[in-house]
Every structure is written in C-alpha cells, then in structure tokens.
Design a protein around this ligand. Structure first.
Ligand SMILES: NC(=O)c1ccc[n+]([C@@H]2O[C@H](COP(=O)([O-])OP(=O)(O)OC[C@H]3O[C@@H](n4cnc5c(N)ncnc54)[C@H](OP(=O)(O)O)[C@@H]3O)[C@@H](O)[C@H]2O)c1
Length: 239
C-alpha cells in the first residue's frame, strides 16, 4: 500500500541541521516529502547530510547560516523565497551547551549562550514571521530541553538561555495562534548527540534518547494545526 507522505510539498528550514537532533529531523522530514533547507555554520558538514538525503531520493539544499548573524539569515530566507515562494516550517534547533556552576561560568560563556541559544532563536523567528503571516500559515517548532522542567546543578548559562527560549516560544505562540501559525516548544530529555562530547563506548549514551525518537516528536509538533492551540510536547528517556 502506498502511504501518503506527511510533508509532501512542504518547505522546512532546519537550523543546526548538520548534527544530532537537527540532522535526524532533516532526514525524517525529507523522508516525509519535504524540501529541507539545511542550515548551520559549516557548509561542508551540511553537504554530508544533503548527500545522504539525496541518496535516499529526498530533497535538500544547504546554506551556511549563523543564527547570530541577522544579515545571513535574511539573505538565506530571500534565496529560499525566491526559489520556493514559501517557507512552511521553521525548526529552531541550533545551539550550544557547556555545563558549569555559577562559580565556573565565565562571562564569555554566559553571553555566548544567550547570543546563540536565545537571540539566535529570536532572530530566526523574527525574520520568518512576516513571511508566515503573509502566507496565513506556518509552523514553528522550538527545541528547548527538559532542563527547563527540572533544572539540575551546573547548568547556569545553558539553563538560562533555555528558559529564555521557553518564554519566547510561549509568548510567540500566544501572538500567532489566531493567525494560522502554530508555535510548539519541544522539550527533549538527554539525547545521544555530539553535544555531550562523550566517547563512542561511554555507557551513559545507552541511557539517552536517540535523536531519531526526538525527531518523531518534532514531526508531530510540526503537524499540529494552529487552531489546536498546543504549546508544548515533551519526550524523555525511559528510566
Ligand atoms: N542532546 C541533548 O541531550 C539535548 C537535549 C535537549 C535539548 N537539546 C537541544 O537540541 C538542540 C540540538 O542539540 P544537539 O544535541 O543535536 O547538538 P549538536 O549535535 O551539537 O548540534 C548542534 C547544531 O547546531 C549548530 N550550531 C551551533 N551554533 C550555531 C550557530 N551559531 N548558528 C547556526 N548553527 C549553529 C551546529 O552546527 P555548526 O557548528 O556547524 O554551526 C550543529 O549543527 C539544541 O538546541 C540543544 O540545546 C539537546
């Protein structure tokens, strides 16, 4: 039986598409028929994902785009709109994480987390919302973290930036829910990605979520219509 692809004819922009959760989301979305716009700072890493998608007969395009650089975001979006005339989905995912206590968190580390994780998400939403309002449709999925639901020790810069993202996501959700645009925050628990910097054989990796599982929840989030008024979805490893 031929199953209908869930994202046929959709254009989805994924930030941080070269690694971990963003890569898994990109592969899944492409498998569901979307044209995936892969973005991140390093084009060579994005091209590897693009090749994998194309090898599986999917559609993908890569753009070097630092989410802290508004000009780069603006230029990328103009190129996408010039070619595809629309952007249906934004997955705000790109980010960094250093886990430190208040004593060990440096000023630079703190500012960098706010700049990339919080301001970076804002920049992408801010550039895309006028387009989605014009389209009268769109879906924004913001990848946050379960840390926001239960903060642990030694998370100062990361947790602060992630709480900011959660506030941003909820606030934008309220502004756009009656304009046909869905905004959903996804809260994953620990996920086995390079962000943890763990060696291949580290036993802790077995207890973590697989990025592919998180990607399934991101897909679910991207498919929620605005009128359903769903603000968030969570996924955690089974204890
Ligand atoms: N792994 C977990 O346990 C976990 C749990 C909950 C939530 N999350 C969240 O999930 C998201 C993805 O994390 P991950 O674990 O998949 O991390 P990852 O494997 O380290 O991937 C991070 C991605 O973000 C990109 N990136 C970093 N800074 C960027 C910038 N300034 N501009 C554009 N792209 C940038 C990286 O590519 P370049 O370096 O090439 O730019 C990379 O593609 C993050 O928001 C993270 O907080 C992760």
């Amino acid at each position: 039986m031929f199953l209908k692809m869930k994202l046929k004819d959709k254009v989805a922009l994924v930030t941080g598409a070269s690694s971990g959760i963003g890569k898994a989301v990109s592969l899944l979305f492409a498998g569901e028929g979307a044209t995936v716009i892969l973005t991140g700072r390093h084009l060579n890493n994005l091209k590897l994902v693009e090749n994998e998608i194309k090898h599986n007969n999917g559609k993908a395009e890569s753009f070097a785009m630092d989410i802290t650089d508004r000009e780069q975001i603006n230029k990328t979006i103009k190129k996408i709109i010039g070619k595809h005339k629309k952007i249906d989905i934004l997955v705000n995912n790109a980010g960094i994480a250093k886990w430190n206590s208040i004593e060990n968190t440096t000023y630079e580390e703190f500012y960098e987390h706010i700049n990339i994780n919080l301001i970076g998400y804002f920049n992408c939403i801010k550039e895309l919302v006028p387009i989605m309002i014009k389209q009268k449709s769109g879906s924004i999925v913001n990848i946050i973290t379960s840390t926001v639901k239960k903060t642990k020790a030694e998370r100062v810069a990361y947790a602060t930036s992630k709480y900011g993202q959660a506030g941003l996501s909820n606030a934008v959700h309220e502004d756009l829910k009656n304009k046909g645009i869905s905004v959903v925050a996804v809260y994953p628990g620990k996920t086995d990605t390079p962000i943890h910097g763990l060696p291949e054989d580290d036993p802790r990796r077995k207890e973590m979520l697989k990025p592919e599982k998180v990607a399934e929840v991101v897909l679910k989030a991207a498919l929620i219509p605005a009128e359903k008024d769903v603000k968030e979805l969570s996924i955690n490893p089974v204890k």
